[in-house]
Design a protein around this ligand. Structure first.
Ligand SMILES: [Zn+2]
Length: 148
């Protein structure tokens, strides 16, 4: 789901759209309003993890470094490596039918790219009553990497 003004003006529109998205497997089964916030914050978290890797804070960034940071964020290399580690810990190969079936449970939106995968898995793990196995692994690995 992509948030627009209409979702804030009438929350029924949001709920209807969310239900439709779940039926169409666009989102994982526990997806709700709070999940959207967790999803967006997870994008910010991934961006922050990239900055941390460069030892940077956003205010003190030379433009050439800013370009490298943006490129790294766009490549979603951190999200990709977390996904790989999560699959490995579940005994799943990077590709294949079993892996595909496991990833599909998170919804089609999470399959658009590894950045969306990371944000959907994090919001599922944080907000759903019964998160997917892969989402729990992603949260666990992210917490470890953040030193929590
Ligand atoms: Zn997103």
């Amino acid at each position: 789901m992509h948030i627009s003004k209409i979702h804030f003006e009438n929350s029924n529109v949001f709920s209807k759209q969310a239900k439709f998205d779940i039926v169409k497997n666009y989102h994982y089964p526990g997806f709700n309003k709070a999940s959207t916030m967790a999803h967006k914050l997870s994008h910010a978290l991934e961006y922050d993890m990239v900055l941390k890797e460069f030892g940077l804070k956003i205010q003190k960034m030379p433009i050439e470094t800013a370009r490298k940071v943006v490129d790294k964020f766009k490549s979603h290399s951190i999200a990709t490596s977390i996904k790989k580690e999560a699959l490995k810990s579940m005994g799943l190969p990077e590709y294949g039918r079993e892996t595909y079936n496991s990833l599909k449970k998170l919804g089609r939106y999470s399959m658009e790219n590894n950045g969306e995968f990371f944000a959907e898995a994090m919001s599922d793990a944080l907000m759903s009553k019964n998160p997917q196995e892969i989402s729990k692994k992603v949260l666990e690995i992210t917490r470890k990497r953040l030193g929590e």
